[in-house]
Design a protein around this ligand. Structure first.
Ligand SMILES: Nc1ncnc2c1ncn2[C@@H]1O[C@H](COP(=O)(O)OP(=O)(O)OP(=O)(O)O)[C@@H](O)[C@H]1O
Ligand SMILES: [Mg+2]
Length: 364
């Protein structure tokens, strides 16, 4: 278990992904990353690159589905002058640009079969030729690939080469859909809310209880990207202090609770997360009141906040960037001694605060 800077999540499903990222980062082999749209495949590829020995080299993404077939070969492998009409000078491709680093082949399932052969050869021998070129080139680049189509089905339909699939997919990471990540939906909703309030300089203290229920009940077909977009839109549109289901454009009556049958442990985590987010929003991060409402001690509350990655979302006494509190006033909360260690210091919390000071009660 553990966190990853660029990726948010504390659910067992996403922690298993973080473990794989760490283990696979330093193995010099391709990794196939699969998952529904918006689940974080590109982010995962970046996380692998940044933990690998190639982290100081380039990370070069190319979307095999977005580039017209006729251009893709030259984009990927480069071309020689005169290779085709319009090729007025030699051009290096993305593969050469990734030398010493990582090439990320997004939507690899869309590669045409002639390019699949060329890629397979590169994976096996490390060699290729530019379009229209005679010279065999060697490049030291690690390949990571992603797809949201089922490659096994594509193989059955003869659209994808089985030998390439086995080359690419020795190491495989499957990203869970957001609806299977339990409490992570709410954690991410808090993270994106904080980011958006800072970007758009809005004062928003959290989600209404109905919005928390709506976030939980919705099935998120567009996964993390959809969540991030809905939260950003809500922050831009709202004129209130709390985000409602309406701001998120989630029609409550259409929502079905997703937890029909689940393990007790998973249900327990989700309910705890839900109550914490509701209470933090309601009390604007005032931990004394949150602890009182939830009928737990402050040390239990701190422990829970840490477990769910929520400790960063408790507004501080004084966000430095907005600072209107007189300097002489003592920090109101969260000293390390008080919490028994591990809880963010006042300055850490301050930097992460959700909103301007004036609105925040100082009396904890
Ligand atoms: N675990 C996560 N924590 C924080 N942000 C995330 C996480 N997963 C995804 N995101 C964010 O969600 C958005 C979509 O992620 P990304 O582009 O990596 O998904 P994808 O699987 O490649 O999507 P697509 O299939 O549509 O290409 C990005 O803004 C990314 O930063
Ligand atoms: Mg992507």
């Amino acid at each position: 278990m553990g966190t990853m800077d660029e990726m948010v999540g504390t659910s067992p499903a996403i922690c298993a992904v973080f473990d794989l990222v760490r283990k696979m980062a330093n193995i010099e082999m391709p990794v196939l990353i699969t998952g529904e749209t918006g689940t974080g495949k590109e982010l995962t590829a970046q996380a692998i690159h940044e933990r690998s020995l190639r982290k100081h080299g380039p990370f070069v993404p190319i979307n095999c589905g977005a580039i017209p077939e006729t251009l893709l070969e030259s984009e990927l492998f480069g071309h020689e002058r005169g290779a085709f009409t319009g090729a007025i000078q030699q051009k290096k491709g993305k593969l050469e640009a990734a030398a010493g680093g990582t090439l990320f082949l997004d939507e690899v399932g869309d590669l045409l079969s002639s390019l699949q052969v060329k890629l397979l050869r590169f994976l096996q021998e490390g060699t290729f030729e530019r379009v229209g070129g005679q010279e065999t080139l060697h490049v030291d680049a690690r390949v990571l690939a992603a797809t949201n189509v089922d490659l096994k089905t594509a193989i059955d339909k003869n659209l994808f080469r089985e030998d390439l699939y086995y080359r690419l997919g020795v190491l495989h990471i499957h990203l869970p859909p957001l609806r299977d990540q339990g409490e992570d939906t709410l954690l991410m909703a808090m993270v994106f809310l904080k980011q958006a309030t800072m970007t758009y300089r809005k004062t928003i203290r959290g989600y209404t209880p109905q919005a928390v229920d709506a976030l939980r009940a919705y099935s998120w077909p567009g996964n993390v990207r959809e969540l991030s977009n809905r939260v950003r839109r809500a922050v831009v549109m709202t004129e209130e202090m709390e985000i409602t289901p309406h701001d998120l454009d989630l029609a409550v009556e259409e929502l079905q609770p997703v937890d029909s049958l689940d393990s007790l442990r998973a249900a327990h985590r989700r309910i705890e997360m839900e109550l914490l987010v509701k209470a933090i929003s309601l009390h604007h991060g005032n931990l004394t009141r949150v602890a009182r409402d939830l009928e737990v001690s402050r040390s239990t509350l701190y422990r829970k906040l840490r477990t769910y990655g929520l400790e960063k979302f408790v507004p501080a006494a004084t966000p430095l960037s907005f600072g209107s509190r007189p300097k002489s006033k003592k920090p109101a909360r969260f000293s390390a001694q008080e919490s028994g260690g591990g809880v963010p210091s006042e300055s850490t919390v301050a930097n992460l605060a959700l909103e301007p000071t004036d609105q925040i009660p100082q009396s904890v």
